[in-house]
Design a protein around this ligand. Structure first.
Ligand SMILES: [Zn+2]
Ligand SMILES: [Zn+2]
Length: 256
C-alpha cells in the first residue's frame, strides 16, 4: 500500500437535511473539491431515523445538478434496517429516486432483541434486496453478527462492505471489531468502500483512522473501490443507468 491514499469518491455523507449534520450540499461539494474528492455521495438518513428528512427530500433529487463546484454528485440515501427481517424504512417505489443506497442498522431505529442470531438473519435478508449497494458500518458493538459467513454472503450478493471513518472514531467497539471484519474482507477478497460518513463539510474526504487500520492489515488497494471515482461511476452507470454529464436531468412533468 502506498504511503497515503485519498478516496476519490466519498459515498456516505450527511447534510443539514439530517438535523444532526451541519453543512449544506453546496458546502459539502466545495469541501470535496478542496480535498480531491471527485464524486460525492449525499446519503441523508431514511425516514425511519428520528431527525430524517421527509421522503420528498429524495423524490425531488431530480432538481439537483449532476455537478456542484466541479464535483460529481451521486444522490443517495442511508436507509435504516428496521428489524431482524431486513426490512428497510423505504420501499422499492421510494428507493427508485435514489442512485446509491446504503443499508445500516442504527440503535435509534430498531426495537428487537439485538442478538447475534437476529442481526445475522437481518443482514442475510438485506442481501436479497437488489436496491441495496452498501452495507453501512458493520462494526458497531450494538449489532453483533456472524462475521465470516455473512461477509462472504455480502460479496456473493454484490453488496459492498463499508469501512466508516466516523464509526471507527465514535462508535463503541467499532475499531476492535473492524480489525476482524476487514481482515476477513482481505482474506476472502471482499470489495469494500471507504467512506467518511461526514456530518460536517470539514470532514469530507478525510479518513485517517480507517486508513491506519487498513494499512496495519496490509489491505489490498484493489479491493477499495472508491480510491477510483471512475470505478464507482461505472458501477452506478451499469446498475442504474446513471449518466455523468452536466446536462440538466429531464423527467416527466407531474401533477401535484
Ligand atoms: Zn449510519
Ligand atoms: Zn451515516
Amino acid at each position: 500500500m502506498t504511503e497515503h491514499f485519498q478516496i476519490r469518491a466519498d459515498l456516505h455523507t450527511h447534510t443539514i437535511a439530517s438535523t444532526h449534520a451541519y453543512s449544506t450540499i453546496a458546502e459539502m461539494a466545495a469541501a470535496a473539491a478542496q480535498t480531491g474528492v471527485q464524486l460525492l455521495g449525499i446519503t441523508d438518513h431514511g425516514p425511519g431515523a428520528p431527525d430524517a428528512p421527509h421522503v420528498w427530500h429524495f423524490h425531488n433529487y431530480k432538481i439537483l445538478p449532476r455537478k456542484i463546484s466541479g464535483v460529481w454528485l451521486l444522490k443517495g440515501v442511508e436507509a435504516n434496517i428496521m428489524d431482524e427481517h431486513g426490512t428497510l424504512d423505504m420501499n422499492a417505489d421510494e428507493l427508485k429516486f435514489c442512485e446509491w443506497v446504503i443499508a445500516s442498522y442504527h440503535g435509534s431505529c430498531v426495537n428487537f432483541p439485538l442478538t447475534k442470531e437476529l442481526v445475522t438473519q437481518g443482514y442475510r435478508k438485506v442481501c436479497e434486496n437488489p436496491l441495496v449497494d452498501v452495507i453501512g458500518h458493520p462494526t458497531t458493538a450494538l449489532f453483533p453478527f456472524d462475521y465470516e459467513p455473512v461477509l462472504k454472503l455480502f460479496k456473493e450478493a454484490g453488496k459492498l462492505v463499508e469501512i466508516n471513518e466516523s464509526s471507527l472514531q465514535w462508535k463503541k467497539g467499532a475499531l476492535e471489531n473492524g480489525k476482524t471484519v476487514y481482515a476477513l474482507c482481505k482474506k476472502y477478497e471482499i470489495p469494500i468502500v471507504l467512506n467518511t460518513d461526514a456530518h460536517y463539510a470539514g470532514l469530507v474526504g478525510k479518513t485517517p483512522i480507517a486508513e491506519q487500520l487498513l494499512r496495519d492489515l496490509d489491505f489490498p488497494e484493489k479491493l477499495i473501490v472508491n480510491l477510483d471515482a471512475e470505478r464507482v461511476m461505472d458501477m452506478a452507470h451499469r446498475k442504474r443507468g446513471i449518466v455523468f454529464t452536466e446536462e440538466t436531468e429531464k423527467g416527466e412533468p407531474y401533477e401535484s
